[in-house]
Design a protein around this ligand. Structure first.
Ligand SMILES: *[C@@H]1O[C@H](CO)[C@@H](O)[C@H](O)[C@H]1NC(C)=O
Length: 373
């Protein structure tokens, strides 16, 4: 097959995939992705219709996500960013055909703004002194597994414009562990971590949990262990800023850390720890998540530079993969960008080759049964 034929085939397959995935993910009414993929080799300078289309999509975007801008300059600048992001979404679609990519609430942010405002993983290094989770048997693992079905996962939360992803990953893991220890699902306070946790890495000077400027789940578990525990979300609600003072009240502790440890890079060990200990705190490279709309993300190329903390809540054995004609297993990840992002706030990413670094930094936490003492 000549290269030309091949690329024709590729584009054709992409169109098939994106319409099929769209039909499945209930955003099929939005013709944008087809339009983006369709228009990828036309540039708006040579095609005034495309600019008109883009403006139309920008209007829909503003309405859908209730965006308003302070000045005409700001508005025009955001439109130019939005147009660049339409092209990025088309590129992501090509690199990641089993997911669908398009307009999200972050389509008017540059990649740098996205990183600063909605991620927040402090640093990438593996803690050298961390406890290692014991190796578990992996022969009896279920084919499919989902902690949401077992009541161990609270509704999707929203970190807002604050680099506090690490605090949501931490509370999510402790909420699950606390559910396993006590039988009760209690939503826990991220704001306590944002305001009160300044835990530092003993080996790296200046690397400390610092509110909206980032943090690390393992340090947050360490803080929680030392502080005595976390309060309930409703007793210490999220504000999305780190300008307040610490209002931690020891009398109102709702969940306590017993211990925490890092899980080996092996995917079966990750699955075994998930099934046995509850949802796991994991780090990931989030670059594809800015344009993710649904499906199983499995980019051909994705950096393993970790920049986002999320929660691994389950896995499936057979995702949707029409191009390769082979069903592939995936992880189910709870994010902290509200229920309107991704698949009702969740993300699916393929298992098998540490895509986007998803297997590189995984930790598990155990909770004290606070009802028994
Ligand atoms: C962690 O704590 C749990 C609950 O108290 C306990 O069952 C488990 O053995 C501990 N794990 C480690 C590695 O110490």
């Amino acid at each position: 097959m000549s290269l030309l034929h091949f690329s024709g085939f590729l584009v054709f397959s992409l169109l098939l995939v994106s319409s099929a995935v769209l039909a499945e993910t209930s955003v099929g009414e939005d013709p944008l992705i087809r339009q983006v993929v369709d228009g990828q080799d036309r540039s708006s300078s040579s095609n005034p219709n495309l600019l008109g289309d883009e403006y139309h999509h920008f209007s829909l975007f503003k309405r859908r996500f209730k965006k308003s801008y302070g000045s005409q300059e700001e508005h025009d600048y955001r439109f130019s960013v939005f147009r660049r992001n339409l092209r990025r979404a088309a590129r992501h679609q090509m690199l990641d055909p089993t997911a669908s990519h398009g307009v999200t609430q972050f389509s008017d942010l540059t990649p740098a703004e996205f990183k600063r405002q909605v991620l927040g993983l402090r640093r990438l290094r593996f803690p050298k002194d961390a406890n290692k989770a014991p190796i578990l048997p992996t022969n009896d693992l279920p084919e499919d597994f989902d902690w949401r079905e077992k009541g161990a996962v609270t509704p999707v939360k929203n970190q807002g414009s604050c680099g506090s992803c690490w605090s949501f990953s931490t509370t999510g893991a402790l909420e699950g562990a606390n559910f396993l220890a006590t039988g009760n699902l209690v939503s826990l306070s991220e704001q306590q971590l944002v305001d009160c946790d300044h835990e530092c890495d003993p080996e790296e000077q200046g690397a400390c949990d610092s509110g909206c400027n980032g943090g690390l789940m393992n340090s947050a578990f360490e803080y929680t262990l030392k502080a005595g525990g976390l309060m309930r979300e409703e007793d210490y609600p999220y504000t999305g800023t780190d300008r307040g003072t610490c209002k931690f009240d020891k009398e109102k502790i709702a969940a306590k850390v017993a211990n925490f440890s890092v899980v080996s890079l092996d995917e079966d060990q990750i699955a075994a720890n998930l099934v046995k200990n509850g949802p796991l705190a994991v780090a990931i490279n989030a670059v594809f998540m800015q344009t993710y709309v649904g499906g199983v993300s499995c980019p051909y190329i994705c950096s393993k530079r970790l920049d986002h903390g999320v929660l691994l809540v389950g896995y499936g054995s057979a995702g949707y993969a029409p191009v390769r004609m082979k069903e592939k297993p995936y992880w189910i990840i709870k994010n902290s960008w509200g229920p309107n992002w991704g698949e009702n706030g969740f993300y699916k990413i393929c298992r098998g080759r540490n895509v986007c670094g998803v297997d590189s930094m995984v930790s598990t936490v155990a909770a004290v049964n606070i009802n028994s003492n």
